[in-house]
Design a protein around this ligand. Structure first.
Ligand SMILES: [Cu+2]
Length: 335
């Protein structure tokens, strides 16, 4: 094989080492331990496979009749000869399996140690097809509610309590940690300990209906100072409108259809069954990662959500064009 062919063959593997949704990224404590464990298993099992295959081929190549005896009735009996080579093989298999068992045990202990000292608690509720996110759910003075995004301080273990409102979903941020199912009627949990600042993408990992693929999560891992700044901004109520167009949008959103499902802190909109919109415009995407956050997508999503994400519970309301302009103008102020 030429050098060029080797490099071309390696491209898919090398490109998989980068990216916002990459199980081999290793930007979280649990994720990097799993990678180490995976590589250990792969190396030990590959060595075993090659040695055993080689021994099998050698045995077939040098095949001999096994030693046997003939008893008094004339039956042929084969006897197994325990040679040093056979003992060596058994020892090798024993050592390999024991090493993998010990490695698994210590990986599990390390993950459990992280989970025992969380500095922050987040409650995540999965819905078809979006994520409701509540920081510090047990302290109303510090509770921050957002949707379809996670902000995490780097180097700090975070306890994530998981529940589902409808069907089974699965919480998975591949760069940081393994998967954890969310089961209706049962609280499960996960621990995230991000080690590298960056933007990552979570994805529901359990088929949960027609828009399962568009049930994503924007994850921002940042410094503790940046996280505190974000948290302080999220604790504030929504900013009031400043222009007449924004005011018209405010009046529409807080008194018409939108307010029966969506909450906007500091306004009469108090719906609880759809994503909280208090700081909606500060997010990176719309509709659980379905569309990047920008003015064009905002128009498209609000005018006709069913054409953007068919089956979603956001109805196509049929806004007149002046209503649409004002609603978009108001939503853009919710930073
Ligand atoms: Cu899903």
């Amino acid at each position: 094989m030429t050098r060029r062919a080797w490099i071309l063959g390696l491209i898919p593997f090398l490109s998989a080492c980068e990216g916002v949704q990459n199980a081999m990224g290793g930007q979280g404590a649990e994720g990097s331990r799993f990678i180490t464990l995976f590589i250990s298993f792969a190396v030990v099992c590959t060595i075993m496979y090659l040695l055993i295959s080689g021994a099998l081929i050698a045995a077939l190549w040098r095949r001999r009749r096994p030693p046997h005896t003939v008893d008094e009735r004339g039956h042929h009996r084969t006897s197994v000869v325990v040679t040093p080579a056979l003992i060596g093989w058994m020892a090798l298999v024993f050592v390999g399996l024991t090493a993998l068992t010990v490695a698994s045990f210590f990986t599990d202990r390390s993950n459990a140690a992280d989970a025992s000292k969380p500095a922050l608690t987040i409650k995540m509720t999965a819905n078809q097809w979006w994520w409701d996110v509540e920081y510090s759910p047990n302290d109303p003075s510090k509770t921050v509610r957002t949707a379809n995004e996670l902000h995490l301080p780097v180097g700090i273990p975070v306890h994530v309590k998981l529940q589902s409102n409808d069907v089974i979903h699965s919480f998975w941020v591949p760069n940081l940690a393994g998967k954890q199912d969310l089961i209706p009627g049962r609280m499960t949990d996960a621990t995230l300990l991000p080690r590298k600042i960056g933007l990552y993408r979570g994805q529901c990992a359990e088929f949960c209906g027609v828009q399962h693929a568009q049930m994503a999560l924007d994850v921002t891992v940042e410094s503790l100072a940046d996280f505190k700044r974000w948290y302080a901004a999220q604790l504030k109520p929504a900013a009031p409108p400043t222009t007449s167009l924004q005011s018209a949008g405010y009046n529409y959103v807080t008194t018409r259809e939108c307010s029966s499902c969506h909450n906007i802190a500091g306004t009469p909109a108090g719906g609880q069954i759809a994503p909280d919109l208090t700081h909606f415009a500060s997010r990176r995407s719309i509709a659980a990662g379905a569309l990047p956050m920008n003015k064009g997508n905002l128009y498209g999503w609000i005018a006709d959500p069913q054409s953007q994400k068919p089956g979603s519970k956001m109805p196509t309301v049929g806004l007149k064009s002046d209503e649409l302009h004002s609603v978009v103008a108001y939503l853009e102020t919710l930073k």
